[in-house]
Design a protein around this ligand. Sequence first.
Ligand SMILES: [Zn+2]
Length: 201
Amino acid sequence: MFPITVKYSTFARFQADVGIHGNNEADTAAKSALEFEIVKFKIPSTDLKHFIKLYINSLWQIFWDFCDTSKLYSIQNKVNIPYNFNLKRSDQVVISRIRIGHSKLTHTYLLKGEQQPECIFCDCPLTLHHIFLECPDTLPARNSLLNNVQTMQDLFTQVNISDILQFLQECDFYNKIYFFFYTFIFFIILILKFYARRMGR
Ligand SMILES: [Zn+2]
């Protein structure tokens, strides 16, 4: 590497179109268009597609912001982020369960009317948050595969999905999270919460 010392600097201001042939004519022609009569004409509907998409996304975002207490909101608070990990079906289901924070392992008790399951190592409520971020029993696998992340949002932004799945396999949680239809019920609860807030205003 060679040291470089700059002793003097010179600044100069130029007009961008000076010396460029045809620029003045182009500017004059553009300004003359302001004097033309406004003409109505049809445009293809596809030209509006982008703006319609933006509008729908903004409505969707408003709806989603009402769900700011949900576990998924803490992971993903913007609705227009593509979510496509190109996984096989069972892996997609497992990852979705983790993202929404509801799984067979942690939420079957609600349907069965039983006590909430506890971690056998910590005697605290068994949640996905506990498994991925807190439990000392999973710490070695977290250190080696999950970079010991501190939040669920970091888990999905800083860790490869394949490592998350491997972590579940090594800790024997994969099959306990798979095979569950709680997602449907979860979204029903979200919708009911949304309308309950609207009615309470
Ligand atoms: Zn634990």
